[in-house]
Write a protein that binds this ligand. Structure first.
Ligand code: SF4
Ligand code: SF4
Length: 179
């Protein structure tokens, strides 16, 4: 009786962990605070003694939102760490919070282009690169170990999502069409 209760609880924990792993809720975002440093054209943050690269938005988008980064400046951000790189979702400024990505991690600077096109949820992508070679228009590339779809090149064929031939579609269902 006791054994089956433990087994039952273990199954519930596994199911809850699974949903938590693939959840893209903003509550999953971690807060990082520290000094900025620019090296080799990339921005880094030194937070709690750790050193992380920042995956930000293009400079024009940052400028449009009055974000001007300076070395040694104190910086506060919310994001998700993937392979030691922080995918920045939100930047805290003195007076406001600037959103760079939506809840699923899609860049807001490409929002208009992405409507009706396929996109990759970076939290679900395991970087296997299987989708890259099957795309007929070379719309998929790897950035910081995660697949990104160029909405300008995507022709909505859906091969990356559902597969073609030996490729049976994204193994983690990370690719979806944005409606
Ligand atoms: S097939 Fe899926 S998991 Fe693999 S790289 Fe492409 S999006 Fe990521
Ligand atoms: S839908 Fe087709 S064209 Fe668009 S990224 Fe996927 S494979 Fe490439």
């Amino acid at each position: 009786m006791r054994k089956s209760l433990i087994l039952y609880l273990a199954i519930i924990i596994v199911i809850l962990s699974f949903f938590n792993l693939f959840s893209t809720d903003k509550s999953d975002l971690e807060i990082f605070e520290g000094k900025l440093k620019k090296m080799g054209g990339e921005w880094f943050i030194i937070s709690d003694g750790d050193f992380f690269q920042l995956n930000l938005a293009p400079e024009e988008f940052l400028k449009e939102n009055n974000i001007i980064l300076t070395s040694k400046e104190q910086f506060k951000t919310e994001g998700v760490i993937i392979n030691e790189v922080i995918n920045v979702y939100r930047i805290h400024t003195e007076n406001s919070i600037v959103e760079l990505r939506d809840v699923t991690g899609n860049p807001l600077w490409q929002e208009e282009k992405q409507i009706g096109h396929f996109h990759v949820n970076p939290k679900m992508c395991i970087g296997c690169q299987l989708c890259v070679s099957v795309c007929p228009t070379n719309a998929i590339s790897m950035v910081h170990g995660r697949a990104i779809i160029d909405a300008d090149k995507c022709i909505d064929c859906a091969i990356c999502e559902i597969g073609n031939g030996d490729y049976k579609g994204c193994p983690t269902n990370a690719i979806k069409k944005q409606e």
